[in-house]
Design a protein around this ligand. Structure first.
Ligand code: GLC
Length: 537
């Protein structure tokens, strides 16, 4: 079926923290295989597998040293083939996280290229005789001196992640060849890491959305996945609606869909970003979500997500004190799952897992957090240690990367050894084993939402129905409607810690799903984080 991904739900596996099969404290591919039944039962269609390629793990695998081999920490190519096969047996497709903006400095292209200007792969990377003022996302200058060639190489991320030069046609061809090898192995799509940077013109200070970006994506599409029925999603931090429509053009010339982050940056500071967050402006959040819903309708396709391996657990971020975490986890799920787009679940979200809330800098192992601390607290003194650590307990990426909470046994059933990162302390209360047979669990709420999207009287409406935001200025109520020529759905949800009420605008035919059993009246009383989906006349 063409565009099958419009009705699919994707589950992101961060392999280091999913399931450890060999007792080294690090998750692996065999561990993931052992949990495929769990994922099948949840009802997901696709697994987005964060990088498992050979890598020195400076950025947990987003620094690839060989695109065509598997990091022994995670297993072997045989394990990978087995994963693809066993997933297919359960009707689950595997899509790989592909990092094409940069490689590891331990990739053979870079090792050779940095030795000599005349080596073939020198031009696979981006060089300058003098650095300009470009800043790396992981703090400090984006340029690093290379003694052998007396030039600087570009790294938009860590120093161990040199940027690739997409202007080089031979490089592009090698990349396409590699992608086709993966597709031939049975991979059914890709998530493209920071793809917006591949058209960069760094000497003119242009990083995202460079002039050749869409030319390269179209070329890649034609040379690789375009001929196949895949799910492709581009990670785009700097994107407006017209550009998003280009990326996800329904003519199929680029990707299936994108990740855009407008709703995820609402509480960021203008200069210090996530390291100095402010309170959530809920009215703004509704405006942003609604704008994307309305503008993309029929002209592109979006993903729906609240968190991933870079983004805090939503119930820790926007339900500060974790008051009634089960209730608020269902609230965030419900308001997301009736919008248009393809939902992405980040591992553990379906259990209502929360941030670990690490409290000292020595708790962190993530290169981004450690570099930001050095830069903002030590070198430039822009934030006090206390202020930084408070923000880091929300946005520091290790807080969302703690091991999956499978059960209440030691190490939460994730590993027989001490995990590479400490567990979130609540694993005895919040874990899969406890939730699978509990009909009121977050897990079973996700199962129901997934079923509603995929296979119910409402599936078509959820996929394509018109979106209308109601009560746009209300500080707590999130009310929206989806409608097509047959049916009308109303979502009513109450954000925050106060009671409120809402008069349902027409007769209720049916309650489709909600996170509460409170009695329903046309004039509806809502407790904190109550959320409903109704079918209306
Ligand atoms: C993306 C990944 C992130 C990584 C970065 C550099 O944003 O999601 O984890 O650090 O790209 O590859």
């Amino acid at each position: 079926m063409k565009n099958w991904w419009k009705k699919s739900v994707v589950y992101q596996v961060y392999p280091k923290s999913f399931m450890d099969s060999n007792g080294d404290g690090v998750g692996d591919i065999q561990g993931l295989i052992s949990k495929l039944n769990y994922l099948e039962k949840l009802g997901i269609d696709v697994i987005w597998l964060s990088p498992v390629y050979a890598s020195p793990m400076d950025d947990n695998g987003y620094d690839i040293s060989d695109y065509l081999s598997i990091n022994p920490l995670f297993g072997s190519m045989e394990d990978m083939k087995q994963l693809i096969k066993e997933a297919q047996d359960r009707n689950i497709k595997i899509i790989l996280d592909l990092v094409l903006n940069h490689t590891s400095d331990e990739h053979k292209w870079f090792i050779e290229g940095r030795k000599n200007k005349s080596n073939r792969t020198n031009d696979f990377y981006v060089w300058a005789k003098e650095p300009n003022s470009l800043i790396s996302t992981f703090s400090g200058s984006a340029w690093e001196y290379n003694e052998e060639t007396k030039e600087y190489f570009l790294h938009l991320f860590s120093k161990k992640m040199p940027d690739l030069n997409w202007k080089n046609k031979a490089l592009r061809n090698e990349i396409y060849q590699m992608m086709n090898i993966w597709l031939d192995l049975g991979i059914e799509g890709f998530r493209f890491d920071v793809i917006e940077y591949i058209g960069k013109e760094p000497l003119s200070m242009v990083t995202a959305n460079g002039p050749q970006l869409h030319t390269y994506i179209k070329e890649m599409n034609k040379a690789t996945f375009g001929k196949r029925n895949t799910l492709t999603v581009g990670e785009c931090w700097n994107v407006d609606i017209p550009i998003a429509k280009q990326y996800s053009n329904p003519d199929g010339s680029e990707f299936s869909m994108i990740f855009q982050f407008d709703h995820m940056k609402i509480d960021w500071d203008e200069t210090l970003g996530k390291w100095k967050p402010c309170a959530l402006d809920f009215v703004k959040l509704k405006e942003v979500l609604s704008n994307w819903q309305i503008s993309m309708m029929g002209q592109g396709w979006n993903s729906l997500f609240w968190n991933n391996h870079d983004m805090p657990r939503i119930i820790s971020r926007w339900n500060d004190d974790l008051i009634n975490p089960v209730h608020s986890a269902k609230f965030f799920a419900l308001i997301n799952y009736f919008m248009q787009g393809t939902p992405f679940i980040y591992q553990g979200e379906e259990l209502g897992m929360s941030n670990a809330r690490f409290s000292t800098i020595s708790d962190y192992v993530d290169v981004e957090t450690i570099n930001a601390y050095q830069d903002l607290v030590i070198d430039r003194a822009l934030l006090s240690e206390e202020a930084f650590l408070k923000s880091a307990s929300i946005f520091g990426r290790d807080n969302v990367r703690t091991p999956m909470q499978w059960d209440a046994s030691p190490n939460a059933g994730f590993s027989i050894a001490k995990p590479w990162l400490p567990l979130c302390k609540n694993y005895k209360e919040v874990n899969a084993e406890k939730q699978i047979d509990d009909k009121n669990s977050v897990y079973n709420f996700y199962r129901s939402l997934i079923q509603l999207r995929k296979d119910s009287d409402y599936s078509d409406l959820i996929q394509d129905g018109r979106f209308t935001l109601l009560e746009p200025k209300d500080q707590h109520l999130f009310v929206y409607e989806r409608q097509d020529e047959h049916k009308r759905i109303l979502i009513v949800a109450n954000y925050g810690n106060q009671k409120t009420h809402y008069k349902i605008p027409s007769r209720i035919i049916k309650k489709i799903i909600s996170n509460t059993d409170s009695p329903i009246h046309q004039e509806l009383d809502l407790m904190p984080y109550d959320a409903y989906a109704f079918e209306l006349e």
